[in-house]
Design a protein around this ligand. Sequence first.
Ligand code: SF4
Ligand code: SF4
Length: 365
Amino acid sequence: MSTVYYISSRVKNGVGLLNKLVRLMKEIEIDWIKKNSLICVKVHFGEDGNTAFVSPLYVRKVVDRIKQEGGIPYIGDTNTLYSGRRKMGVTHLELALEHGFSYPVVNAPLVILDGIKSNSRVTVPVNLKHFQDVSIAGEVKNSDGMIVVSHFKGHLGVGMGGAIKNLSMGLGTRKQKQLMHSDVKPEINHQKCIKCRKCVNICPVECISLDEGVLEIDLSTCIGCAECIVTCPTGALKILWNETPENMAEKLSETAYGAVKLLDGRYFYINFLINITPNCDCLGASDNSIVEDIGVLASFDPVAIDAASLDMVNQAKRTQNSVLSPEGKDVFKDIHSHTNPARQITYGEEIGLGSKNYKLVEMGY
Ligand code: SF4
Ligand code: SF4
């Protein structure tokens, strides 16, 4: 059984969530934060147009705690699989600054963990059902430990996203993201193709050809790295999102397992259960919250913290004026009926990522 700490978002004796977080971080001893240790604070900078990502004001408090212990913090995220400003390091950083993650606010530098062009990677053997090994952003291995700050909310593909999703989609390379999303390779829309050859030139295994004016992909040798998809200027190459949601959830847990293994488990997790939106912060719009704000959870176990988060969301009072219907008990299943939101948690326990049994400790402030 793992311990999950809880602070309420309600103001008590004049103390709000920001200062409660400071107290919580002070009370919990994280023994791998030492003098001169490099500590990554993993966040999600938020897609362009999204407003639900965890505020840099909270991230600052985590950074300050690391500095108090003599550690050297930096704030990290990885590039996306899909097109947009977060698909490459430079524009990703510009967007992060636009979203308030500037040095004066967060008190630490920003690092794109898989590099400017997403080619910094490290392979971690896991020997599990879906993956023999997983591909993790290269700069993760240079951390002495990581604090994973996650916004807990719904997700189109797997029902919900929290610590496990931040460890997996959030730390996986573009190739790993593609493998988690789909076993099937890119699909060509020939009508949109302007025959610019950009995909032909970037494919690392040379499986795209443009002979006699016809673009073809040899799917038997495609490794699903998605380089061609993000390079195509016209959107002629698309991902086929036809992996089953159950398999996708299991792949998330396996990738998270590899990320944790890479740092020998030196991770701490903070889930924000506020502004709980129906979809993830990768979307360019944030819909109304589906349940009332709850607070912040913290734990050394990614499975336990997500299990506790899911239980608390299901028990929370539903808001008015959201996509969620007032009936039913499984909040994320109600919204994303094709998914099994708890599968990341149950499978995570099966493979040894953590324990779904938790003891909730409510902090008295
Ligand atoms: S996904 Fe990667 S390997 Fe497959 S065709 Fe595109 S660039 Fe080539
Ligand atoms: S990058 Fe896109 S537009 Fe250019 S050749 Fe490839 S599919 Fe066609």
